[in-house]
Design a protein around this ligand. Structure first.
Ligand SMILES: [Zn+2]
Length: 212
């Protein structure tokens, strides 16, 4: 039998790599990865009360493996905080809540504090562009970057347009163009207007940026 693990030894020196059985899922890592970031593992493997090995050489930890893998990822690269965010649904708050709970349990203080103060909100910046009016005729296919979003907002507008009493087309909408002949036809009659509908297009843009 190949016994490379010292976990069954009477000695207080644990092996440099360790296999954790977290809720049925195995994770192999360096012992120093666990003990340098987690107060829980530091105590567990400090020799004072080294955990009891189960199923051969793995330590059983009763925790959710899906959440634990994020803890382990963090412990392996401390300072690289997890980003649970997607453009369509935003931040995954329930995931952060779960992770914060587990980080507190395993005493990974920096991670737990970062989630508590919602440090992840600073990781994503949303730049809102100036709304721009655009002629509907100028809407054309466009290539944008993966972190950009462009929305077109359409407004149906109606306005009253001045009508020349002589119905001269180029005077339409321009009472100042009507001359004496037009005013003569107008006489004392009320000025006529015609309702005209138009589509106003307002373009808004958003750009997401990661702050790493
Ligand atoms: Zn006129």
């Amino acid at each position: 039998m190949n016994v490379t693990s010292s976990t069954n030894d009477a000695s207080d020196t644990p092996p440099s790599t360790i296999t954790l059985d977290v809720g049925g899922q195995k994770f192999k890592t360096l012992l120093s990865t666990l003990t340098s970031e987690s107060g829980y593992f530091h105590s567990l493997f400090s020799g004072r009360w080294a955990g009891t090995p189960t199923e051969g050489e793995s330590y059983f930890i009763d925790a959710d493996p899906d959440t634990f893998k994020h803890l382990l990822r963090y412990m392996r690269r401390p300072g690289v905080f997890p980003l649970f965010w997607s453009k369509s649904s935003g931040f995954d708050y329930s995931m952060y809540k779960r992770l914060e709970h587990e980080a507190s349990f395993f005493q990974i203080d920096e991670l737990s504090a970062w989630i508590k103060r919602q440090g992840y909100l600073d990781e994503i910046q949303l730049q809102i562009g100036m709304p721009l009016e655009q002629s509907i005729n100028l809407i054309a296919p466009k290539t944008i970057k993966g972190n950009e979003e462009i929305d077109h907002h359409f407004f149906l507008e109606s306005r009253n347009v001045y009508l020349c009493p002589r119905r001269i087309h180029i005077h339409r909408g321009h009472p100042e163009k009507c001359g004496a002949a037009c005013r003569k036809v107008q006489g004392d009659a009320a000025v006529e207007y015609e309702e005209e509908q138009s589509v106003r297009v307002v373009v808004t843009s958003k750009t997401f940026q990661f702050n790493n």
